[in-house]
Design a protein around this ligand. Sequence first.
Ligand code: GLN
Length: 309
Amino acid sequence: MPQEDLDAIVAEVARDMRAHLGEGKVADYIPALARVDPRQFGIAVVTCDGRVAVAGDGDTPFSIQSVSKVFTLVLAINRLDEALWKRVGREPSGSRFNSIVQLEQELGIPRNPFINAGALVVTDAVLAGGAPSEAIADIAGFLRRLAMDEAVSIDPEVAASEEATGYRNASLGYFLRAFDNLHSPVPDVLEVYFNQCALRMTCRQLARAGLFLAQDGLDPLNHMQVTSPERTRRINAIMMTCGHYDASGEFAYRVGLPGKSGVGGGILAIAPRRAAIAVWSPGLCEAGNSLVGQLALQRFVALTGWSVF
Ligand code: GLN
């Protein structure tokens, strides 16, 4: 698609979203997120041949929250390979992202790596018994390299805010530990987890960072083989089936792209062989996914035809 068409499409999506700005409910269980102005919307598309189109607030940094779970999953799979799947499943959960009940029923093996319990196991695998500060630096460095932007940083206020109020995540952590499914001390795992969630990125940086997922694990712009083609296919499959929690089926139906959302209002979506797309708008739907972000991706796919189906 020529650059002018791509520019026109993202501009049209941003224009269409104006009527919806402020819809949904900003995550308020993390106090630092509750203060974000909900009337914002950004979109960025980075194509496999290096074209970039940005509209709206696509250069405003936001808290990527659970979108970080895709990147830690890549690091954990690269480290543990198949052994990771003994500790976490890969089925949609059908429950809220921070549900505790299911973990008890399933004896401490979280349904998938994208709900909080599963992400804590993944973070534990990345931590691998080391120092939290090193794992945090590794994760942030990984995102900076992928985004090719040193400006990617962790928001200490958001990390502290999550730590101060993260009783549910702490409960999940101790519960996992009781089933012997966390190997590092629970406070260490939580520290890394809260910091990875507090990564601040723009849509432009996030789309750039996710591009390898559209191209067999090989970043087409800096030629870094981030992970293998087979693992890339599988990560995309898990994004499609589990990336939007209990609304993953709805997202597949409406958008038809592998995607991962975060309660900061960001969504990273992958159009295989074509592009990575990041959208952001803070208001969330019931399931905890950006309401306007989902609408925007639906509109984007209608205009480009870039669904995998
Ligand atoms: N940091 C958030 C939490 O653990 C991430 C949740 C999310 O983005 N869905 O609750």
